[in-house]
Design a protein around this ligand. Structure first.
Ligand code: ADE
Length: 225
């Protein structure tokens, strides 16, 4: 898989991809992540990427031309399966969307800033608009990092067995059950006996019950669909 991210703040996006699992995934050749500074596609001395909005009102809008130049250059090199715009008015990201995106080959992401991007860029190029939640970030960069992380950890070979994504919260629309490690007793609190029993059928049953109960208590909405 290849992910290209177009941003006015590449430095904000660098470190997430240089650490831990995301770095290892790249080193193993399982994913390539390329950051593109939108200002590299400007043509004026000030490297302008935004302008006042038609109709008036506070806040600048990202101008279409640098984005177009950047996109066209990238699209000459390869076909993109999805061109994603990170924006608070997109569809709210979830595990299902992450699963779908993890099956794609090439993904292009555009990080919004200011009041957002000129609508015509969205109309011409964008195939999917994603929000990571009902709150407003100062730009789409952190959202792009969140979405990339959720996708990349699903790619075959990125996680080992111990951290398998199959048992994550949300993979079956249930939250994950509680987990314990040594010591068996800590601060007067004991690990549930069943987990020490060695009876794996019973342990699985217990985990399923716990997952269901936790979901019912905390996220009943997940049980509805
Ligand atoms: N840009 C600003 N806020 C955002 C959000 N919640 N999700 C995605 N992109 C954003």
């Amino acid at each position: 898989m290849r992910i290209d991210i177009v941003t006015v703040l590449p430095e904000l996006l660098k470190s997430p991809f240089e650490a831990s699992i995301l770095n290892r995934a790249q080193e193993k050749g399982l994913v390539e992540v390329h950051l593109h500074n939108l200002r590299d596609w400007t043509t004026d001395n000030y490297k302008t990427v935004d302008d006042y909005q038609y109709g008036g009102g506070a806040g600048m809008v990202m101008t279409p031309e640098p984005i177009q130049r950047c996109f066209e250059e990238l699209m000459k090199e390869r076909n993109y399966d999805e061109v994603i715009y990170m924006t608070p008015d997109g569809v709210v990201f979830n595990q299902h969307i992450a699963n779908q995106l993890s099956l794609k080959g090439n993904i292009l992401m555009l990080c919004g800033h200011y009041k957002g991007v000129d609508q015509r860029i969205r109309d011409k190029y964008i195939t999917l608009e994603i929000s990571i939640g009902d709150y407003v970030l100062s730009g789409g960069e952190l959202a792009a990092a969140v979405v990339s992380d959720a996708i990349i950890r699903l790619l075959p070979g990125v996680l080992n067995n111990e951290t398998s994504a199959l048992e994550d919260s949300f993979q079956d629309n249930l939250l994950a059950p509680p987990v314990y490690t040594r010591p068996a007793e800590w601060e007067g609190m004991k690990v549930p006996d069943i987990l020490l029993s060695g009876n794996f059928a019973k342990i699985n049953e217990w985990r399923e019950e716990q997952a269901y109960q936790r979901t019912k208590d905390r996220r009943p909405d997940l049980l509805e669909d």
